[in-house]
Design a binder for this molecule. Structure first.
Ligand SMILES: NC(=O)c1ccc[n+]([C@@H]2O[C@H](COP(=O)([O-])OP(=O)(O)OC[C@H]3O[C@@H](n4cnc5c(N)ncnc54)[C@H](O)[C@@H]3O)[C@@H](O)[C@H]2O)c1
Length: 481
């Protein structure tokens, strides 16, 4: 079905040669004048006039900041959620995402620019639909595409000529063209003419004070040149720099390259930590020295393992896709193995240090500091702290934790049972009562001098105590592997 939209504008006659590539067709001119135009031209006009209604599917870590940027740019935004709770919160002018200020959501609610709904039938109201739904991995590390499929099917039911759909969820190369496109075209609409389909990966870095949704350059690739052009023009309304590539596959792979690069380099530096441990060399000193090279080196730091929704998971999307093509992604597998070993490696360091102090691991009291997957955020997803807590509990350690951003670790079917608990207050007494304090996440608000002053033994997986340990030579701080 070819879209035949009609619109009425004052400048329609003047625009005709451009629209039809030559002389205007003969069309009845008695008012009102309706000029037949394609969906491309119609959308083009809406973009120029900023008259778009933007839909965002999934108002989580990615979708809510995106919706807020769209609203701030003066566009009307409809947020689609399957969670009644999230939709209600947004409609109440509140934010459940730490990086998004409640005041910003409230202000957009007041101005009528932002509304959240669980009613998917309203997808038809949107000119642009950005899909920001989860892409987890299954137990066997295969991609779980059920959220993208559900979102796609919800759109298919209401897909109408003149809509742009942009997938933002991180996924394997080919998802946009192989999984979404056939479903969209199944109702007779044609991509690049009737509707427009792109992939544009989100690069949000939770807790980053400098780079936000708006000022982080955004890659975008459409299924056709028209898709890329329209998608790019829309996104330029609320993103400072849009980097257009020629296909969704290039955009999908760009995202996977970025995160695989990070995962492999973290694997390398974690291996360097284990190498230094065997050699009795301080890995942090080695890293700082290497980082003085002004070219050809990029600093990565070791730690307790990989965390977050992206770095530990995304490379597996690529590995899975390549397995279907009988190719083994060797570097991904190896870096994954090393990173996965890190929680057990640090528990081993703790055990050795307690042993040196004449204490068995079993029955010792250990206070874990920081459980979010990285500093200054409240996100627990894939946090290596969960595995460390579980390993310690299973070895008979009396474990407690403190995290200013995570008051409770709840049993939700995914969390390892030994990690479940409630954050204890950060006090001199708590530090002193523990046989060892293990710094797993180096939140900036923690006073590490106080940690070094009161703890008997510190296992510092992040080198957070580096500046303070010298002042307390009576305390044992194991900062390097
Ligand atoms: N969190 C990050 O830092 C980050 C960074 C870059 C990319 N990504 C990618 O972005 C995507 C979204 O991640 P996130 O962290 O925002 O996830 P999230 O879990 O924070 O949010 C996803 C939201 O989508 C909602 N949802 C699920 N199915 C839906 C549907 N069919 N229709 C409407 N809403 C639906 C959920 O209720 C949830 O609120 C993932 O693919 C992720 O890999 C995340």
């Amino acid at each position: 079905m070819r879209a035949a939209l009609f619109f009425q504008t004052a400048d329609a006659p003047a625009r005709l040669p451009a629209l039809f590539g030559g002389s205007p067709p003969v069309i009845a001119t008695s008012p009102p004048i309706y000029w037949p135009v394609g969906t491309f031209e119609s959308l083009s006009g809406k973009i120029d006039r900023r008259e778009l209604v933007c839909g965002v599917m999934g108002l989580g870590y990615v979708g809510l900041p995106l919706a807020v940027e769209m609203g701030r740019a003066g566009l009307r935004v409809l947020g689609f959620e399957v969670s009644e709770r999230v939709a209600a919160l947004v409609n109440a002018g509140e934010s459940h995402i730490k990086d998004v200020k409640g005041a910003d959501v409230a202000s957009l609610r007041r101005s009528g620019k932002l509304e959240a709904t669980t009613d998917m039938s309203r997808l038809g109201e949107c000119d642009v639909i950005s899909v920001c739904v989860p892409t987890p991995l299954g137990k066997t590390k295969d991609p779980d595409m059920s959220y993208i499929v559900a979102a796609t099917e919800a759109i298919v039911e209401r897909l109408r000529p003149g809509q742009i759909v942009v997938l933002e969820s991180t996924t394997y190369p080919g998802t946009t063209r192989e999984l979404m496109l056939p479903r969209f075209e199944s109702n007779g609409l044609q991509v690049g003419k009737d509707f427009f389909l792109c992939f544009s990966p989100e690069r949000v870095d939770p807790g980053n004070p400098k780079w936000h949704t708006r000022n982080t350059p955004k890659v975008l690739g459409g299924v056709t040149a028209q898709c890329t052009e329209l998608g790019g023009r829309v996104y330029k309304l609320f993103i400072d720099h849009v980097v257009e590539v020629t296909s969704p596959e290039a955009a999908e792979l760009a995202k996977l390259l970025e995160n695989t690069f990070r995962m492999i380099n973290i694997g390398l530096v974690n291996e360097m930590a284990m190498i230094c441990d065997r050699l009795g060399v301080d890995v942090w000193e080695v890293i700082e020295a290497a980082a003085t090279k002004p070219f050809g080196y990029m600093k990565f730091t070791p730690g307790p393992g990989l965390g977050g929704h992206c770095i530990p998971l995304d490379p597996h999307y690529l590995a899975w896709k390549m397995r279907t093509l009988h190719y083994k992604t060797r570097m991904i597998e190896l870096a994954g193995e090393i990173n996965t070993e890190m929680p057990a490696f640090w528990v081993g360091k703790l055990q050795d240090a307690l042993n040196d102090a004449g204490k068995p691991l079993k029955g010792s009291k250990v206070l874990v500091l920081g459980v979010a997957y990285k500093k200054d955020i409240d996100d627990l997803r894939e946090s290596p702290a969960l595995e460390i807590l579980d390993l310690l509990t299973n070895k008979g350690v009396v474990v407690s934790y403190h995290d200013p951003y995570v008051p409770e670790i709840v049993a939700d079917g995914h969390t390892p049972p030994g990690a479940v608990g409630v954050s204890v207050p950060f006090t001199d007494a708590a530090l002193n009562a523990a046989d060892a304090v293990m710094v797993v996440t180096d939140h900036s608000s923690i006073d590490y001098d106080r940690v070094c002053r009161h703890a008997h033994l510190v296992i510092d997986t992040r080198n957070a105590c580096a500046r303070h340990e010298a002042a307390h030579p009576e305390r044992a701080v194991i900062a390097h592997a």
